[in-house]
Design a binder for this molecule. Structure first.
Ligand code: 5AD
Ligand code: SF4
Length: 449
């Protein structure tokens, strides 16, 4: 196929006209739904930036839309099933309005098996763009529409943020860790760090435009490296930006999270005080089978050091139950760990075999009902702990940013990511100190000071 050299302006003009003609309107409507992690949220902001640049407005219901886009997740089988059923639901819509344009993007469609399912069962999907190609969404869409390839012109668009005071900044994509249960290294490819100059520029312009919460994103932010700038150097550079904002990052891999990083964080005036450090299991044999490359004692020491150095630190974690061969005793080790470490919250998951991963070859020996029993017990245990952890904050003054306002109560998040309800009507994005007066099961209650 011959390649065309198209400038950004030409591409935009072409797309604008194409969609105008196809949908017979000057302002076409798009429905965009995201599944999965924050990385997907960030990718979606880029795609929405492109759609906005070619004239789309966004709607909340698929049946109102001319253009429908799902940005998908592949981490667990349940997520994939849910997404496929959403795609299935569009069949009727497409029948009623054959003009509607359906696109499916992201991690799920990086897998050959899923592409086959879509070809067989959902042939009305118009366009597919895998997670590794999201940067080239405009070019690939052009190719799909015209059948002509264009030069990789590095066409950039301003991102489209649904929430102006929260910014997701991808700093490293892909993953080299190959945890045995995880599909991410296969669907997102190897680690690639973003030029720190671009990251600094992005952070600066976000702060200038009113962003209050900046979250640096990566499957493993700790392995960031560009030229001689490491993750801790990057944090120090961002911390020098003037302005009223808090700096978060996720996710940290415990094997790479070290004392030096904690020391750097303790000097960062913008550090949020939230650390998401997925432990996955409380048992060394399971951690080894998971290929996590740390022992539980090391993990505990890291959390202890971080808590000693960083006042009011909020630590959260991810845990998988029912990994192949996990015994009752090994599961209890996980329960003992959550009791010992008192995370503020835990995202718990039932193990889901993913074809192509190492763990897939280990079978799926724990029956579904047993996995459900384990996860229920974990959730129940953690709920009490979360309540306990929240109660420790009563009497403290915490910096918080208002996120939602309803009637006379405003819902805010502390920099450390705890939910706090405040009496009174504020504006989303307002940021101030809150005195914590009470605590509940899932949230704090406070007053502006
Ligand atoms: N099954 C269950 N949970 C998984 N996760 C990743 N892969 C799987 C899987 N195959 C969980 C891990 C990870 C989080 C994002 O998803 O806990 O930290
Ligand atoms: Fe998956 Fe492990 Fe990489 Fe996280 S660090 S994305 S769990 S392989």
């Amino acid at each position: 196929m011959e390649k065309l050299d198209l400038s950004k302006v030409d591409l935009l003009e072409f797309m604008k006209n194409f969609f105008k003609r196809r949908f017979r309107t000057d302002s076409p409507l798009a429905f965009v739904k995201v599944f999965g992690c924050q990385q997907n949220e960030a990718d979606t902001e880029k795609i929405k930036g492109f759609l906005f640049s070619v004239g789309f407005k966004f709607v909340d219901e698929p049946f109102l839309a001319d253009f429908i886009l799902f940005n998908t997740c592949a981490v667990r089988h349940t997520a994939e099933n849910r997404i496929l059923s959403h795609i299935g639901n569009l069949k009727k819509l497409k029948k009623m309005n054959p003009n509607v344009f359906i696109s499916v993007c992201g991690c799920m469609v990086e897998q050959e098996s899923i592409l086959e399912i879509i070809r067989d069962k959902y042939p009305y999907v118009d366009f597919i763009c895998g997670a590794k190609s999201v940067e080239k969404f405009p070019e690939l869409l052009y190719e799909k529409i015209t059948g002509q390839k264009i030069f990789d012109s590095n066409i950039n668009f301003p991102i489209y943020q649904d929430c102006k005071f929260k910014s997701w900044i991808p700093i490293i994509s892909g993953c080299n860790n190959f945890c045995s249960y995880c599909i991410v290294p296969y669907v997102r490819g190897r680690e690639k760090s973003v030029d720190y100059r671009k990251i600094l520029n992005d952070c600066e312009s976000c702060v200038k435009n009113g962003s209050k919460i900046i979250t640096l994103l990566g499957q493993n932010v700790n392995s960031y490296g560009f030229e001689d700038v490491k993750f801790s150097d990057l944090l120090q550079k961002i911390d020098k930006i003037d302005g009223d904002f808090t700096l978060r990052f996720m996710t940290s891999h415990p094997k790479d999270f070290n004392e030096n990083l904690v020391d750097v964080l303790s000097e960062c005036k913008h550090f949020s005080g939230h650390l998401h450090l997925p432990v996955q299991s409380g048992n060394d044999r399971i951690l080894k089978l998971m290929n996590r490359k740390y022992k539980i004692e090391q993990y505990i020491e890291k959390v202890k050091y971080a808590r000693k150095k960083l006042a009011n630190l909020v630590v959260t974690s991810d845990i998988i139950v029912g990994f192949p061969g996990e015994t009752e005793k090994e599961f209890e080790d996980t329960i003992d760990l959550v009791k010992k470490l008192k995370f503020a919250s835990v995202f718990s998951f039932v193990y889901s075999p993913r074809k192509g991963t190492l763990a897939y070859e280990m079978g799926d020996s724990i029956p579904h009902e047993e996995k459900i029993r384990r996860i229920s017990y974990l959730i129940e245990t953690q709920a009490k702990i979360s309540e306990d952890v929240l109660s420790d904050f009563v009497g403290k003054n915490l910096l918080a940013t208002v996120e939602n306002v309803s009637d006379d109560v405003s819902l805010a998040r502390t920099d450390s990511n705890l939910l706090v309800k405040i009496d009174g009507k504020f504006t989303p994005g307002d940021r101030f100190y809150v005195k914590i007066l009470k605590s509940g099961r899932n949230s704090l209650f406070g007053a502006k000071i």
